[in-house]
Design a binder for this molecule. Structure first.
Ligand SMILES: CC(C)(COP(=O)([O-])OP(=O)([O-])OC[C@H]1O[C@@H](n2cnc3c(N)ncnc32)[C@H](O)[C@@H]1OP(=O)([O-])[O-])[C@@H](O)C(=O)NCCC(=O)NCCSC(=O)C[C@@](C)(O)CC(=O)[O-]
Ligand SMILES: NC(=O)C1=CN([C@@H]2O[C@H](COP(=O)(O)OP(=O)(O)OC[C@H]3O[C@@H](n4cnc5c(N)ncnc54)[C@H](OP(=O)(O)O)[C@@H]3O)[C@@H](O)[C@H]2O)C=CC1
Length: 420
């Protein structure tokens, strides 16, 4: 079996790393070459969004060491922030001693909302809608024969009456199994198609017909054990304090959850998924109990090991949107070796948990600056004007002096150049 536990991956050259990834994920010569040197075709880009005038770039790094449900994964991450890829790899390495990550998820059910207003008797109208449930589901399913063919479709219809400053509203929820798509287009089409029928049934006026990003029926979960003997008793205690801080204080929870999304977003961007949709779902879910709190949980088991878990909405696709059009997204998916959106969502949950663990470990022990700033030092060196080999040399000296600042980087650069 292939192992993603690759010690010192970061010390290799780009070409050496790519060779390992190519072999691990069975990329073709063309795919490997495209990953290294290719870019999105301008004509394709011009059709992806509007008013295109150019392209932006992000580096794609590979997080190593991930074992999820007994299988090894290499994780492609596209991100501008240093230390995220290193941190994920670090957490995954430490989790392997506890067996790696174990995951599960719900079926891929998305919610689409239909807002009905102008109802004199909204509760009565709700009953009328629910009486027509079978017929409405049939009409919804007629909108997307392909989705039905692959096993998806509208599974249920619910209705709620909510009060508002504009009067009571009847809000109808379509629960749609979107299989391997993120599902926005499918569920929005269904909601739009049902709107006139709902107006007929209720006598009300439909305004919005759109999915909810609070995808509470499409959850991904992950758990892992970090052994006390591997991370140390003090670290276990420190992380428990860090977790409790995030659990009870929204100011801390926002940063804690940002750390989780560092990892999840990076994988979403590498695979051209809608990261705003997942972000919105994650943060809304974090506030589901009436206050904003941590998306992860940490506890201590009977042996004193740290056990961590995460559960969050995961509206992601391996088909549809830009996931199927962006050539690098396709390669990123091949690197992951995923076959379903469900498996993909579970990997994302594991990455989120790993990312959070890594940050908490650093925060609760040595502080974030050593690991993060030592990697960020390379950016500071570039900001100071360093080029080529100068970048690593300047960064190394900044870290050694513990002065990761642009002014000092400029001085060091001048000294180095004078010495030449
Ligand atoms: C940065 C590390 C990993 C160094 O940590 P270290 O202890 O110096 O690492 P190590 O030398 O013991 O290496 C351990 C493993 O880490 C990986 N690793 C180690 N170095 C590298 C590298 N250069 N490039 C790639 N991978 C690296 C690699 O997998 C390595 O295994 P090995 O290959 O040696 O068998 C550690 O300090 C760390 O995890 N820090 C946390 C960094 C972090 O969380 N960054 C996120 C950005 S900060 C932020 O935005 C979020 C935050 C913090 O605010 C969230 C919150 O508040 O909760
Ligand atoms: N609030 C939000 O988050 C919103 C997001 N969006 C955007 O919507 C896009 C995603 O929409 P999405 O509906 O996922 O994409 P697509 O409509 O591009 O693709 C989904 C479609 O692919 C077809 N399909 C083929 N095989 C499968 C399979 N195995 N599983 C599921 N579907 C399959 C289905 O039918 P068929 O071929 O008949 O289409 C399905 O409807 C993203 O770009 C997102 O940014 C849009 C609006 C709002």
């Amino acid at each position: 079996m292939k192992s993603s536990r690759i010690s010192g991956f970061y010390k290799l050259s780009i070409e050496e790393r790519l060779k390992i990834v190519k072999e691990f994920s069975e990329l073709s010569d063309e795919e490997a070459e495209f990953l290294l040197k290719g870019h999105l075709d301008m004509d394709l880009a011009d059709r992806m969004i509007e008013n295109v005038v150019g392209m932006t770039e992000l580096p794609i790094g590979i997080a190593t060491n991930f074992k999820i449900n007994g299988k090894d994964y290499l994780i492609p991450m596209a991100i501008e922030e240093p230390s995220v890829v290193a941190a994920a790899s670090h957490a995954a390495k430490l989790a392997r001693e506890g067996g790696g990550f174990f995951t599960s998820s719900t079926e891929p059910i998305m919610i689409s909302q239909i807002q009905v207003v102008g109802l004199r008797n909204p509760h009565f109208a709700k009953m009328q809608v629910l009486e027509h449930k079978e017929e409405l589901m049939r009409i919804a399913n007629e909108q997307d024969p392909v989705l039905i063919k692959v096993g998806g479709g509208c599974r249920d219809i619910k209705a709620r009456v909510i009060d508002s400053n504009m009067g009571p509203m009847l809000v109808i929820h379509l629960h749609v199994d979107v299989r391997d798509a993120m599902g926005a287009n499918a569920v929005n089409s269904m909601a739009e198609a049902l709107a006139p029928y709902i107006e007929d049934i209720t006598g009300g006026k439909v305004y919005l017909r759109i999915l909810s990003n609070l995808a509470i029926y499409r959850l991904a979960r992950a758990r892992a054990v970090w052994k006390k003997d591997v991370i140390g008793e003090d670290t276990v205690k420190g992380i428990l304090y860090a977790y409790e801080f995030a659990r009870v204080d929204p100011f801390r929870a926002a940063t804690h959850n940002k750390g989780i999304m560092n990892g999840i977003d990076a994988v979403l961007i590498a695979t051209s998924n809608d990261w705003r949709a997942v972000e919105a779902g994650a943060h809304a879910f974090a506030a589901m109990d009436g206050w904003y709190t941590s998306l992860t949980h940490y506890e201590e088991d009977e042996e004193g090991n740290l056990v961590g878990s995460i559960e969050l909405p995961m509206a992601v696709g391996i088909i549809g949107g830009a996931t199927s059009t962006h050539p690098k997204a396709k390669i990123a998916r091949k690197i992951l070796g995923i076959k379903t959106a469900k498996e993909f969502g579970e990997i994302l949950a594991a990455v989120g948990l790993a990312q959070n663990f890594a940050a908490l470990r650093a925060l609760a022990t040595e502080g974030i600056q050593r690991g993060h700033m030592s990697l960020h030092a390379r950016n500071i060196a570039v900001m100071a004007g360093a080029k080529g080999e100068e970048i690593d040399r300047v960064a190394e000296l900044l870290v050694k002096e513990k002065k990761v600042r642009v002014d000092r980087a400029k001085e060091i650069l001048e000294e180095l150049r004078e010495r030449k």
